[in-house]
Design a binder for this molecule. Sequence first.
Ligand code: GRF
Length: 228
Amino acid sequence: MSGGVQTELRPGCTSDSSTFAPAGRLRLGVLVSARGSNLQAILDASAAGQIPADVVAVACNHPHVMAIERGRRAGVPTEVFPHEAYGKRAVRDAAIVDFLQKHQVDLVVLAGYDRFLAPIFLETYQNKMIAIHPSLLPAFAGTLHAQADALEHGTKVSGCTVFFVNDVPDGGPIILQRAVVVEEDDTVESLSDRILLDEHRILTEAIGLIATGRVKIDGRRCRILAPK
Ligand code: GRF
């Protein structure tokens, strides 16, 4: 499960055709929940000049997790929004959106975020919010243990997906996918580790494509445009 907005909004609200690229470097707001290795991959790709994008805000919904350290170590404004402090998801998410807006975020990246989002996210960042999920969507959508589910189901190929978030959990238009072959002796850990390497690659690649105006949403499909 990565994002998805549990919502009273009308369904299918990312169906408008769109591309966007900011005039300068893309300003990223990254939402994290735990380890933050995907966040680190984005920070590293940005620092290495591989993507014309900068992480300008990190929001975490759990205290005392590694992801917070990664954001702070990189010198990025990083705030924790624990559910207990807000009571209601709508209130907490409104505070996160405020924080992202204060830092003029262009694109929200759900990089291992373990909660559904309140409608305010889609109202504010429609077509400007992406997520990573550790399966080949639409297989094993809407779960926090997609790798274990893939193994248990006996799939021979799994993988990962980067997609635009809409109001269907893990159901928005797919930007990039990468397949990972399931080996005979795979455990949940070994399969997750291999998938994670590809998560880092396709998440940063997708951000680079968006930052350079090369992703166009066309109904359910994302068209990857040729370089300009
Ligand atoms: C990743 O596998 C992500 O796809 C899933 O949770 C994991 C987060 O890893 N939703 P990390 O926090 O980025 O290291």
